[in-house]
Design a protein around this ligand. Structure first.
Ligand SMILES: [Fe+2]
Length: 288
């Protein structure tokens, strides 16, 4: 029985984190009053319209328009969240850590993961939290994120599919699209590697650059995702951002990982000159 609210991971998880291996876990956050439907509705109003991403519930698993055709008008988000059982909607509350009580919650989750895995919590940086609230039958289109993500299912049942890029070229092409506004949404369905059925108290580690997608069951789904960067994905994303600068200057850069010496130089440059700007949407595109 899991009583701690954070993901229940042990020392064996440190290797899975380092290897970016999808991993299911249990957690004790379901039923927490900070994340009831009503608390989430009120948090939506508190964070304001800029922090809400809204879409229609049903949509294809792949789309090449970054979700534009699925966009939904936000009126009064608290009422729309309260009405999720019947209004065919899908909401993300972005960067809930901007509300102090939820910054504390995000830290509690990530520090709990670090402790369980025996990893120094100070290596888990740029911590963010997202709440996903969606109607029965909702679909989260296939995409990847650049963060380490931990999905904690709170209410309702969903299936979480994981896939892989068919080739290194395909991964590179999708990474390029990511840095040019795709939000990580894939334009073709990846080959499935595994599928998890998740309900309240279940969760999963979703590694960076790993295709995944979700389908709700026949009830409203509420979930929390917490994310962070460690050295591995921070360096990779910095090199990718640098490479995009080179491409715009007409240079064809070496892919991250192909030339470690150059990667180190690029990371050093980006650390000094500001590197990955905190662009609001791309850094907050997690869509689990
Ligand atoms: Fe995601």
């Amino acid at each position: 029985m899991t009583t701690a609210p954070w993901p229940d991971v042990d020392a064996s998880f440190a290797d899975r984190l380092a290897a970016r291996t999808p991993t299911p876990f249990r957690h004790g956050l379901a039923g927490d009053e900070r994340l009831s439907l009503e608390a989430i509705a009120l948090l939506g109003d508190e964070l304001g319209p800029d922090a809400i991403s809204a879409e229609k519930a049903a949509k294809p698993l792949v789309s090449d328009d970054a979700g534009a055709t699925s966009a939904l008008q936000v009126e009064k988000v608290s009422d729309q969240i309260r009405g999720l059982a019947a209004n065919d909607s899908w909401f993300t509350l972005l960067n809930i850590e901007r509300a102090p009580a939820y910054a504390e919650l995000v830290d509690q989750m990530i520090d709990g993961i670090a402790r369980g895995a025996g990893v120094d919590p100070r290596t888990m940086k740029r911590r963010m939290g997202f709440v996903f609230a969606s109607s029965p039958g909702s679909v989260t289109a296939a995409h990847f994120d650049i963060e380490h993500s931990f999905l904690l299912q709170l209410e309702g049942h969903r299936t979480l599919g994981f896939g892989r890029f068919p080739s290194a070229e395909d991964r590179e092409r999708e990474v390029h699209r990511y840095w040019n506004g795709s939000f990580g949404r894939l334009d073709s369905m990846p080959e499935q590697t595994t599928e998890l059925a998740i309900g309240p108290g279940d969760g999963a580690y979703i590694p960076p650059y790993t295709p995944h997608w979700l389908s709700n069951g026949d009830s409203t789904s509420l979930s929390l995702t917490v994310t962070f960067f460690d050295r591995s994905n921070a360096d990779e994303s910095m090199v990718q951002a640098f490479n995009e600068k080179l491409r715009r200057a007409g240079v064809h850069p070496r892919t991250y990982g192909d030339a470690p010496g150059r990667d180190r130089a690029k990371v050093a440059f980006m650390r000094v000159y500001g590197g990955v700007k905190r662009r609001f949407r791309p850094e907050t595109s997690a869509s689990h």
